[in-house]
Design a protein around this ligand. Structure first.
Ligand code: F6P
Length: 361
């Protein structure tokens, strides 16, 4: 009988998930003659028993598509499964249903495409005896033990294009434009997008910012004849001694807080303290949508193919991690041990500073 493997995507969507699914299905069928079962809507499909077979022709044309053809969920943790009764949400352990469906489907392995939340669940399922292999995904690029995750390059591309577009209005109107980008605890998107787009101020979660310093810097630029400024701020940036700007709480989610709005605080303060006309743009989910860049398509394809190889080699509890130009197997536990934030001694911070960029402190 042909060996059967399952694949699911969990957590927030991001460009490149379909490229991973495409690679998993093709590698599994062509190289190993496996059958592939797609689990629908992340772990929700494993709990509720929703899936479909993915044949070779089913993945035709999905390589460049954004989102995920399987659907996803960032609420369906089988160990803390949300049950809604009227306005009340309670939680129950549905991991037994996962084990039951895994066995009923005749799966020999499960490939989980996801970030921190998905990897936490994968690690717990692994402890229950389910043979799991991960594929690292997140636009935030904050997953530990891998240099990069797919989706990040695509998000940075969107941010760069947005900054380019804001530059023209900033220059024409002699304004300050504040652009808020994603990145809850890690400033990778703001830093890379800010450098690529030539941001004048870049505020990241790792460096609590001094708003007086930001205003002085902008006024100083003006004195030097630069009548506009672009301020790139990560959603997780916070003023020195201040708090994160929380927009809402999603109780069912792995990380319950949803951020957003710090740019309005920054923009208002700049306008009040400098007297310069200021506008604010929040990019939000635009950064997670659309077609993956060529870089992400290649990376997603490599990771998807590698994940199937790890299954074939019986390396469960592992995921393909990027180290320099190479891909190596790394433990899922290592990925969730901590978040990969921007180190304060990162050469990239030094390079940004030497371009004349102010980093908030
Ligand atoms: O972790 C990825 C991410 O895109 C964060 O950057 C962002 O804060 C969050 O997900 C948004 O989540 P949701 O799609 O639930 O609003």
């Amino acid at each position: 009988m042909r060996q059967r493997i399952g694949v699911l995507s969990g957590g927030g969507d991001c460009p490149g998930i379909n490229a991973v699914i495409h690679a998993v299905v093709k590698r599994a069928i062509l190289k190993y003659d496996y059958e592939v079962i797609g689990i629908l809507d992340g772990f929700e499909g494993l709990v509720e028993g929703r899936f479909r077979e993915l044949r070779y022709n089913d993945v035709s044309g999905i390589l460049p598509l954004g989102g995920t053809i399987l659907g996803t969920s960032n609420r369906a943790n089988p160990f803390r499964y949300p049950v809604r009764q009227k306005d009340e949400v309670t939680f129950e352990d549905r991991s037994r249903d996962v084990l039951r469906h895994f066995t009923e489907l005749g799966l020999s392995a499960l490939i989980t495409i996801g970030g921190d939340g998905t990897f936490h669940i994968a690690a717990e399922l692994s402890r229950l005896g389910i043979p799991v292999v991960g594929v690292p995904k997140t636009i935030d690029n904050d997953l530990n033990a891998t240099d990069i995750t797919f989706g990040f390059d695509s998000a940075v591309h969107v941010v760069t294009e947005a900054i380019d577009r804001l530059h023209t209005t900033a220059q024409s109107h002699h304004r300050v434009m504040v652009i808020e980008v994603m990145g809850r605890y890690a400033g990778w998107i703001a830093l890379h997008g800010g450098i690529a787009g030539g941001g004048d101020v870049i505020l990241i979660p790792e460096i609590p910012f001094d708003i007086e310093g930001v205003c002085e810097f902008i006024l100083e630029r003006r004195k030097r004849g630069k009548r506009f400024s672009i301020v790139v701020v990560a959603e997780g940036a916070r003023p020195r001694g201040g708090d994160l700007v929380v927009q809402r709480i999603v109780r069912e989610s792995h990380d319950q807080i949803r951020l957003g709005g710090v740019s309005h605080i920054v923009g208002r303060a700049i306008e009040e303290k400098t007297g310069l006309e200021t506008r604010v743009v929040i990019l939000g989910h635009l950064q997670r949508g659309g077609s993956p860049t060529a870089f992400d398509r290649v990376l997603a394809t490599r990771l998807g193919a590698w994940a199937v190889d790890l299954v074939a080699q019986g390396q469960f509890g592992y995921f393909p991690a990027v180290r320099g130009q190479d891909i190596v197997p790394a433990r899922i536990e290592e990925a969730i041990a901590c978040l990969k934030t921007v180190p304060l001694d990162s050469p990239l911070l030094d390079i940004a500073r030497s371009m004349g960029t102010y980093l908030g402190a």
